[in-house]
Design a protein around this ligand. Structure first.
Ligand code: PMP
Ligand code: GLN
Length: 387
């Protein structure tokens, strides 16, 4: 991400989108939904614009969205929070960056499960801290767990935060409560923050997503982050939130004010309405995603030699090509894009260069199934030509 000469490269998502465009390939790379935002949200945002929600929002966010997030936390997760616990941000991305910059001192260490969403590394670097990664790998039964030995070794007096993404991008893992409790206990022992990224909280196929802040005796140690993008198919609206103890929320807000000041005014009342009364949408959207996931998995499973993992959550399926090629996934992905017309994301690009995890996922490509049904069908046909 940050090159040896100190300049910053383009994200792997931008690079792979360019690659797909260049070859007219079906883009199963970036996790950007190919299905529309629901009408009720478009109408609510339109009404908000016409009602004058067009200037800066309050720094903490509009009270109606703050209240709606607090209600959602309690209703969905049994996590009791007050308005002073909630900060509205420009997507989960800003909540993550502002939380890390507010809470992580320069020179300290942040533990991250690997592979990881690419903005984590950038935010930790911006805070002047060091990222320590712990592999998240499948066990024999096919479900993913942190490498506990590596995790215990990673926790040290320098640890100031542990950042956990569940449901997880890109593996689709949903960490069970006992794993989250174990991570929380380690955070307590190290006197570190636990930051959770739960943007896929509704997109879980069968497994149960647990929000750790609702299950611990010291919730003030936890910063819970989520966003409306995945839940309501509005990734471009960039409305997210952080939920934290009031003083922590204030600290995150004081960083946020100099990053973006406030988040998109007309989208806030619209998302508030949706969180309050349209949680049927993410459930229906999850079911539709499950169908598209099944179509993609069925096509991939027809190709001899591929190891295809069924994700328990999220937007992505991982496919390992190791038994049919010795190419690394970046090279292979380029060749498949050029010769077969569909593109994914090499999973090693979501790992630290040269890490054990990057090596493990060397020939694994992530394919996104949040695309339009027609795109998934088109990809399925092209996948069939691989075999
Ligand atoms: N965290 C994870 C794990 C993600 O996959 C994404 C990407 N979509 C984000 C955070 C960013 O969320 P937002 O678009 O709300 O900033
Ligand atoms: N979260 C999306 C993904 O993992 C992409 C977001 C982005 O392009 N920055 O594909």
């Amino acid at each position: 991400l940050v090159r040896a000469d100190g300049t910053i490269g383009e994200t792997i998502f931008g690079q792979m989108t360019q690659l797909a465009l260049q070859h007219g390939a079906v883009n199963l790379g970036q996790g950007a939904p190919g299905t529309p935002a629901p009408d009720f949200l478009l109408e609510a945002a339109d009404a908000a614009m016409r009602a004058g929600f067009n200037q800066y929002a309050p720094g903490q966010g509009f009270p109606e969205l703050i209240a709606a997030v607090a209600e959602q936390r309690e209703r969905e997760h049994g996590h009791q929070v007050e308005p002073e616990n909630v900060l509205i941000t420009v997507g989960a991305t800003e909540a993550l960056t502002a939380a890390i910059m507010a809470l992580v001192p320069a020179g300290s260490e942040v533990i991250v499960l690997e592979p990881f969403y690419d903005s984590y590394a950038a935010a930790i670097a911006a805070a002047g801290a060091r990222m320590v990664t712990v592999p998240l790998l499948p066990n024999d039964a096919g479900s993913f767990a942190p490498d506990w030995q590596a995790f215990e070794a990673a926790v040290s007096p320098s640890t100031t935060a542990i950042l956990v993404n569940t449901p997880h991008n890109p593996t689709g893992a949903v960490l069970p409560l006992e794993h989250l409790q174990r991570i929380f206990t380690a955070a307590q022992r190290a006197d570190a923050w636990l930051i959770t990224d739960e943007v896929y909280e509704y997109l879980v196929y069968g497994a149960s997503h647990e929000s750790i802040a609702a299950h611990v005796d010291e919730p003030e140690r936890v910063v819970t982050i989520s966003s409306a993008g995945k839940t309501f198919n509005v990734t471009g609206w960039k409305i997210g939130w952080a939920v934290a103890a009031p003083a922590v929320r204030e600290a995150i807000q004081s960083v946020k004010q100099f990053l973006t000041f406030t988040a998109g005014s007309p989208f806030q009342p619209a998302v508030a309405q949706a969180l309050r009364s349209r949680l049927d949408f993410p459930v229906a959207n999850r079911d539709s995603l499950a169908d598209r996931r099944d179509t993609l998995l069925a096509a991939l499973r027809q190709v001899p030699g591929l190891t295809v993992r069924e994700p328990a959550a999220g937007y992505f399926a991982l496919v390992d090509f190791a038994s049919i090629t010795s190419e690394d996934a970046l090279t292979l992905n380029e060749r498949i894009t050029r010769d077969f017309g569909f593109t994914g994301i090499p999973v090693a690009s979501l790992c630290r260069a040269g890490s054990v995890t990057a090596e493990y996922y060397r020939s694994t490509i992530r394919y996104s199934f949040c695309k339009a049904p027609a795109e998934i069908e088109a990809a399925a046909e092209r996948i069939a030509s691989l075999g």
